[in-house]
Design a protein around this ligand. Structure first.
Ligand code: F6P
Length: 319
């Protein structure tokens, strides 16, 4: 394979730039021509495609966001859109694609694969919601961002003797809440994977109060179908202690990527380019244990995510 394209798609994630840099430089080092496609599938449909050089990806390793920019493309979701995208790749002579994104972006990749394009998927999303890989690029940074928020909230919550609910991102997946909750010593973790028992939550808060704790921190994943502000009022009413809800939102998606995310991005993106070079069938790249793995695209998307019950139980014991 001589000419490849790279795009980032869906919600951005810290470490996407590190993945773009690694893919471009790996491709160039193997004498391939590398093209950057702007705004994900949206830019592909518009032919927004530019040749990348070694220097095009200089000074981006440490930056959040994505220099290629990203989008959630409605147009690409139709069969006509996908046909048009495949034609556009043909027009530019691009034989293989590195898609950096989450679940939706991978499904788009599969649609292109069915139209004869080789696609390698690199998992870039803070949600960590892909079943075939232990971790996605951006997750570690998002967890660390939440940890720093927890520290700030703890100060003010203690000063006022309050309960604070921090609602974190993750779409339908509770992993950010789970990992930040354990690492941040949250009193309660609420995730969509485990049914919420409000009585138990309030008992936990009351027990903390009675033992002299100045604050209670509850980490709630956005996938839990409860309004955080209403939840705060309910807990305040039941426990007699003031409660507040904080929704940090997109703050969790920005910021300089952690070392771990940069390394993960570099390993996975170079693997993707190597597979294109070797003319392999379309694959999704991941990490299982310490090993970088790749699975046939369609199979990878069928693997169900397993929730970390052990981590959840441990957090309950330790808090
Ligand atoms: O998929 C990443 C994510 O940040 C989710 O955690 C969140 O639900 C969603 O994207 C927010 O999407 P948008 O940026 O389009 O509002």
């Amino acid at each position: 394979m001589k000419r490849i394209g790279i795009l980032t798609s869906g919600g951005d994630a810290p470490g996407m730039n590190a993945a773009v840099r690694a893919a471009v430089r790996k491709g160039l080092s193997m004498e391939m021509e590398v093209y950057g496609i702007e705004r994900g599938y949206e830019g592909l449909l518009d032919g927004d495609i530019k040749k990348m050089e070694w220097k095009s990806v200089g000074d981006i390793l440490q930056r959040g966001g994505t220099i290629l920019r990203t989008a959630r493309s409605e147009r690409f979701m139709t069969a006509e859109g996908q046909d048009h995208a495949a034609k556009m790749l043909e027009t530019f002579g691009i034989e293989g694609l590195v898609v950096i994104g989450g679940d939706g972006s991978f499904r788009g990749g599969l649609d292109l694969d069915k139209r004869g394009i080789k696609v390698m998927g690199v998992p870039g999303t803070i949600d960590n919601d892909l079943g075939y890989t232990d971790y996605t690029i951006g997750f570690d940074t998002a967890v660390n961002t939440v940890l720093s928020l927890i520290s700030n909230i703890r100060d003010t919550a203690s000063a006022h003797e309050r309960t604070t609910i921090i609602e974190v991102m993750g779409r339908h997946c509770g992993d950010i809440a789970l990992h930040a909750g354990l690492a941040g010593g949250a009193d309660v973790i609420m995730v969509p994977e485990i049914e919420v028992d409000l009585n138990k939550v309030c008992r936990k808060v009351l027990r903390g109060q009675q033992s002299g704790k100045l604050h209670s921190i509850i980490i709630k994943a956005e996938g839990v179908q409860m309004n955080s502000i209403e939840l705060a009022s309910e807990i305040e009413e039941r426990t007699g202690r003031e409660a507040r809800a904080v929704v940090p939102g997109h703050i969790q998606r920005g910021g300089t990527p952690s070392g771990r995310d940069r390394i993960l991005a570099s390993l996975m993106a170079t693997k993707a380019v190597q597979l294109l070079y070797d003319d392999e069938e379309s694959k999704a790249i991941g990490i299982v244990g310490d090993e970088i793995v790749s699975y046939a695209f369609e199979e990878a998307l069928k693997i169900k995510r397993e929730f970390g019950n052990d981590i959840f139980e441990l957090a309950e014991i330790l808090s």
